[in-house]
Ligand binder design. Structure first.
Ligand code: FES
Length: 257
């Protein structure tokens, strides 16, 4: 390159240096008592938030309590609050959520009691699935042939749209109505009910509509959409709940509930 062309070329803008160390604030405590403690962890390529928590537990704080199982986004056990938002931590890369100052804050999933540190008690969450009749009620026995359901029918397509829920609780931890009214069945349980009312093999449709029609059921939803925004599986509980509202209203008008 000549001196002239070198002078005409704009100087390359250097990318801001990535901090070599992360400053991670992690919630420590039991029940409602606790506080954030800061840890310093080396920044690594392709590091997930769950990797970070695991590194803190293995090298700095052996008593840190948290939950995970599959590490590949299937079991739903690793959801936590990361910088104020519910996320599945095994599939959330640090690079996606960390600030330019290398800081990160990790807390337990919201709207559930804390057992210790980052581990929440999911009992109330799964009790809501039971209250919403989130269990399949078959009409046939194992001695009969498999039911054949076309994947192209509107009912099956509606069920399929919500069937991949992994029960992580990110939607429940993001729902303002759950925060205001803890008895609200919440987006995950109602989404499950929606998949089942659209399952033509199920025999408990009316009971299920009755279960979600109450004061803490689908009509308590304010359609704010936080659940749909935060679902890591791109499921839309907001649409499922809207569908339940329509079915409940129709059944009520017909005197079926
Ligand atoms: S550890 Fe299973 S979904 Fe994250």
């Amino acid at each position: 390159m000549t001196a002239a062309s070198s002078a005409a070329t704009p100087a390359a803008t250097a990318a801001p240096a990535r901090p070599a160390e992360l400053k991670v604030r992690i919630w420590r405590g039991s029940g409602e008592q606790g506080a954030f403690t800061e840890y310093r962890v080396a920044r690594r390529d392709h590091q997930t938030v769950l990797d970070l928590v695991t590194e803190v537990q293995r090298t700095l704080e052996p008593t840190l309590a948290y939950r995970f199982a599959c590490r590949v986004g299937m079991c739903g056990s690793c959801a936590m609050t990361v910088n104020g938002l519910a996320r599945w931590t095994c599939r959330t890369h640090v690079s996606k959520v960390v600030g330019t100052d290398g800081r990160l804050e990790i807390a337990p999933l919201a709207h559930l009691p804390v057992i210790r540190d980052l581990a929440t008690d999911m009992t109330a969450f799964f009790d809501k699935w039971a209250r919403a009749q989130g269990r399949f009620h078959g009409r046939t026995t194992r001695h009969e042939d498999f039911a054949r359901v076309s994947p192209a029918t509107p009912e099956r397509r509606a069920a399929d749209a919500g069937i991949e829920c992994i029960g992580c609780g990110a939607c429940h931890g993001s729902c303002d109505v759950v925060r205001w009214r803890p008895e609200f069945l919440g987006p995950a349980a109602l989404n499950r009910a929606w998949t089942l009312v659209n399952d033509v093999r199920d025999a408990a449709r009316t009971e299920r509509l009755r279960a979600v029609a109450g004061d803490a059921g689908c009509h308590a939803c304010h359609t704010q959409g936080s659940c749909t925004e935060r679902c890591p599986r791109q499921i839309a509980p907001t649409l499922a709940i809207a569908g339940l509202k329509r079915l409940v209203a129709r059944a009520a008008v017909k005197g079926e509930l």
